[in-house]
Write a protein that binds this ligand. Structure first.
Ligand code: SAM
Length: 258
């Protein structure tokens, strides 16, 4: 059972104040597992700076995107709410679910129940590289079992935060199967985190046309040449000229203006 508190209108002028900030700060610490790092039972060593900067595949945390990319999600959503930009939120490539769990927590903190958070993923890892996408040739990411997280596990992670409700929906399957006919009308925020050229291109091709003016497009993997190439190709073919802003050493975003 979902319990929304507060009025959406109050949320838009940020009048929830300190309680929201305290809750979202604690969410970030939990999602990054800064709270109990000593409990990560892994051969990997825990480097606080790597965790903060999102430079590792953590053994125990629910997201690998680091602090600045979580902050970026929060500020984009707050701007969307402030300016009443219509649409749902989606991440393509959710892994353990941390980024979309955080999206739902931001909406919930502001009392928003009328926007869906969509999570698109195969829930079994990346697809092998296809000949039709030369930029992906040689990629070994599909062999990484660490990147294969089941939908059951992602839902269980949502439940740990008390955030699995009917405003959270999943699109299980490879993006080329799920995104072309996804039952999404309009988006205010798109977060691309699929690593490959194919995963980035398929997602942006099918979702960007649904992005509201004033909405945000976030790219997690811009440091990876195949992802960067897909973004560059799509921007060129679609005439997108909005300036790309850096979030951190890999994440970028822009606001759709036309
Ligand atoms: C780097 S992880 C995402 C990290 C996540 N956003 C987080 O908060 O930690 C990449 C995810 O993308 C998914 N993925 C990549 N390409 C895909 C595709 N073409 N179709 C479906 N899922 C894909 C993988 O299964 C994996 O869960």
């Amino acid at each position: 059972m979902d319990h929304c508190f507060g009025e959406p209108s109050a949320a838009r002028d940020n009048s929830h104040g300190a309680g929201v900030e305290l809750y979202l700060e604690l969410m970030k610490r939990c999602l990054l597992n800064e709270i109990y790092p000593e409990l990560e039972m892994s051969a990997k060593t825990y480097e606080a700076s790597d965790r903060q900067e999102g430079r590792e595949w953590p053994a125990g945390a629910h997201t690998m995107i680091g602090r600045k990319r979580l902050d970026n999600i929060q500020s984009c959503i707050e701007d969307i709410l402030k300016h009443d930009i219509a649409g749902d939120l989606i991440e393509t490539g959710v892994w353990r679910g941390g980024a979309i769990i955080f999206m739902r927590s931001v909406l919930k903190a502001y009392g928003i129940c009328d926007r869906i958070v969509w999570g698109a993923d195969s829930f079994c890892g990346l697809p092998p590289p296809k000949e039709s996408y030369p930029a992906d040739q040689g990629s070994w990411l599909h062999e990484c079992e660490e990147l294969a997280v089941s939908l059951t596990e992602v839902k269980a992670n949502f439940q740990k935060y008390g955030l699995l409700d009917d405003t959270v929906r999943f699109l299980p399957g490879f993006f080329n199967d799920t995104l072309p006919n996804a039952p999404i009308e309009r988006l205010a925020l798109i977060r691309l985190d699929g690593d490959l050229y194919e995963s980035t291109m398929v997602a942006i091709e099918h979702l960007y046309p649904k992005l509201s003016i004033g909405g945000y497009l976030i790219v997690d993997d811009y440091v990876l040449p195949p992802c960067r190439q897909a973004i560059s190709d799509y921007r060129a073919s679609s005439g997108i000229t909005e300036e790309i802003a850096a979030i951190d050493w890999t994440g970028v975003f822009w606001q759709r203006l036309s």
